[in-house]
Write a protein that binds this ligand. Structure first.
Ligand SMILES: [Zn+2]
Length: 239
């Protein structure tokens, strides 16, 4: 049995027995891990009801070689992010971030991925209190890129020529854009511009409300290996 303390974000929690919780974490030092928080559901638990998704803290874990489920012995709160629940949009996008990390994080330390997750959650938290319902998808695109799935948006996937200010088709199955000569076009020039901004991790206006669908289709095809993430339908129909 070894004792280790690491900065960690709670991705998901499950009730276990009447009094305990099982937590999925993304830790800074060891990548993703699972732990049981014994007694977390008791009224006077030392965890004080703070073990919820999006919460970040310094987790102290008892780890056992060869065991996947560790035991949480302490949790020092760093940031709670409870206000994400005040905006359905921010909450949905934050859930997508956590679910992607849970499914796709490599089984080792990944500072960039951890940083991308935390930056996205903080930006969503910030936005949820400010502007009520715009932006946010850029943080998922940022994470998608960190995971190594950045789409090709500069050159036609079929003929390879540079695509400038012109119509193009976003072929999510192929992983990028196809020029008008190679495909039946679907993206307007402004939409392509917006998609490029999002994929670089920058916010973009979404007058027609189509951006959630682009992202959901792209993730479903490339990152989720055909399995629907539970949160994807919500992303497709963002408020
Ligand atoms: Zn082409």
């Amino acid at each position: 049995m070894a004792l280790t303390t690491t900065r960690a974000v709670i991705l998901q929690t499950y009730r276990y027995s009447d009094t305990s919780k099982i937590l999925r974490f993304m830790t800074l030092e060891h990548g993703p891990c699972s732990a049981i928080a014994k007694g977390a559901l008791r009224p006077r638990s030392r965890f004080g009801g703070m073990l919820d998704p999006f919460v970040e803290g310094d987790a102290t874990l008892y780890t056992k070689e060869g065991r996947d489920l560790h035991t949480l012995s302490g949790f020092e709160l760093v940031r709670e992010r409870r206000d994400l629940g005040r905006s359905l949009r921010a909450y949905t996008i934050a859930s997508v971030l956590c679910e992607l990390v849970m499914r796709l994080a490599p089984e080792h330390r990944d500072d960039r991925l951890y940083g991308s997750l935390v930056a996205g959650l903080d930006a969503l938290l910030d936005a949820s209190s400010r502007n009520g319902g715009v932006g946010g998808l850029e943080h998922v695109w940022g994470l998608v890129s960190t995971l190594g799935f950045h789409p090709e948006l500069e050159r036609c996937l079929h003929c390879g020529r540079q695509i400038g200010k012109e119509r193009a088709r976003f072929d999510y199955a192929a992983g990028g854009v196809v020029c008008a000569e190679c495909a039946t076009p679907g993206l307007e020039a402004e939409e392509l511009h917006a998609l490029r901004r999002l994929a670089r991790g920058e916010a973009a206006p979404d007058p027609d409300g189509r951006q959630g669908r682009w992202l959901a289709d792209f993730i479903r095809y490339h990152l989720a290996e055909g399995a629907n993430l539970r949160s994807l339908p919500f992303l497709r129909s963002l408020p």
